[in-house]
Design a protein around this ligand. Structure first.
Ligand SMILES: N[C@@H](CCC(=O)N[C@@H](CS)C(=O)NCC(=O)O)C(=O)O
Length: 205
């Protein structure tokens, strides 16, 4: 049995979606980051950095944080959603690193300065808006040439989807990005994605 410690956040959704897609049995343990549960001793023993998601795998004893590392672990454990070798595997790794090092931080900072920051800092909003638009443009151009980020549907698509939904939910218009919107609608209509997006709470809280 896999235990998933997560909340309704973009990085957490990756794992609930992947578990649903792969048909792996799992138990969900909500960690309410709004209430500070991610900084409580019990959770810090799983991830000393205090960030969700984390998994604990009873079968292997593995405790793992970092959402894209978890995606790779699950894909390799099930031989699903990641080719075992070849150029496509390397390109999926490229998208996973791009998502973790560029897209996630830029979108996260934009969300922070637009919504959460106590003090409005126009320079920060402008900087992260420009970076976000660059990233959206890159994805839109790429997806105009292919159905999924690399080859067939993979953990690379899963890694990006929750973050793009996060932008949509914050009212950042993606309307001009027609290919990106087409890709998002395709992914959003998958039953496993719909189930995964309701974990751990049925609606975004
Ligand atoms: N690089 C980490 C980032 C994890 C992360 O930032 N998680 C957020 C939710 S999406 C979190 O736990 N935030 C609470 C905090 O930073 O205090 C990953 O990909 O798992």
């Amino acid at each position: 049995m896999i235990h998933l410690y997560s909340f309704n956040t973009p990085n957490s959704y990756k794992i609930s979606i992947a578990l649903e897609e792969m048909g792996l049995p799992y138990q969900s343990h909500p960690v309410d980051v709004r209430q500070g549960q991610h900084m409580q001793e019990e959770f810090l023993q799983l991830n000393p950095l205090g960030k969700v998601p984390v998994i604990r795998d009873d079968d292997t004893g593995m405790v793992l944080a970092e959402s894209n590392a978890i995606l790779l672990y699950l894909a390799e454990r099930t031989h699903q959603l990641l080719p075992s070798d070849g150029p496509s595997r390397a390109l999926i790794f490229k998208w996973l690193f791009f998502q973790a090092s560029t897209l996630g931080p830029m979108f996260g900072e934009l969300g922070h300065y637009m919504v959460l920051a106590k003090e409005k800092i126009p320079y920060a909003v402008e900087r992260y808006s420009v970076e976000t638009r660059r990233i959206l443009g890159l994805l839109d151009e790429h997806l105009a040439k292919c159905e999924f980020l690399e080859g067939s549907y993979s953990i690379a698509d899963i890694a990006h989807f929750g973050w793009l939904e996060f932008l949509r939910q914050r009212g950042i218009p993606l309307g001009e990005c027609k290919s990106l919107t087409r890709w998002m609608d395709t992914i959003a209509s998958r039953p496993a994605v719909m189930r995964g997006m309701r974990i751990p709470l049925p609606v975004r809280g």
